[in-house]
Structures are given as C-alpha cells and as structure tokens.
Design a protein around this ligand. Structure first.
Ligand code: FES
Length: 90
C-alpha cells in the first residue's frame, strides 16, 4: 500500500528504511523523498515509525529505560530495565 503518493513510496519501503536506522520522518525523507512534496503523508509515516520501531529506536528506548531511576531513587539495573524497553519497542 502506498504511503506517499507523490513519490510512490510504500509502507514496505518505509519499514525497510526504519529497519536500516531511520527513526524520524525527516530521515525517511532523506532516504526516499517521501513527505517532501505535499506533506500529506507525514502523519502516516510518523505512525508507521511509532508503531514499528527500528533497531535504533529500540536501542534508544533501552538506554532511556536504564537511565530511568527506580521508585526508591536508585538506578535501575539492566535486568530491571530491559523488559520495560522491550515493551516500549514492541
Ligand atoms: S503524499 Fe507524500 S509528499 Fe505528498
């Protein structure tokens, strides 16, 4: 299914760019020009990026979860944080 009709970019192509590390509509635009003409597809691209996280987004979520303090104020261990990151990336 086409996401960007101006440039003929499909959902599959957006997913491929996300899997290669693009995690913002601007980065998708740099890869395939989607969103750079009428802009009507940008919200759809944002939705795809938010729902289908690429490896870079998952890594960022994991780091953020590790950095987040536990309720008692101590730093979270990786074992505590990573299951939460897995949910955030799913
Ligand atoms: S539909 Fe993507 S720029 Fe127009």
């Amino acid at each position: 299914m086409f996401v960007c009709s101006c440039f003929g970019v499909t959902e599959e192509q957006v997913r491929e760019h996300a899997a290669a590390g693009a995690c913002t509509p601007r980065q998708i635009a740099s890869s395939c020009r989607a969103g750079t003409d009428c802009g009507g597809c940008v919200r759809r691209i944002q939705a795809l990026l938010g729902r289908e996280a690429g490896p870079r987004r998952a890594a960022v979520a994991a780091v953020a979860a590790v950095a987040e303090a536990a309720p008692d104020g101590r730093a979270r261990t990786a074992a505590e944080a990573l299951p939460r990151a897995g949910r955030a990336a799913a």
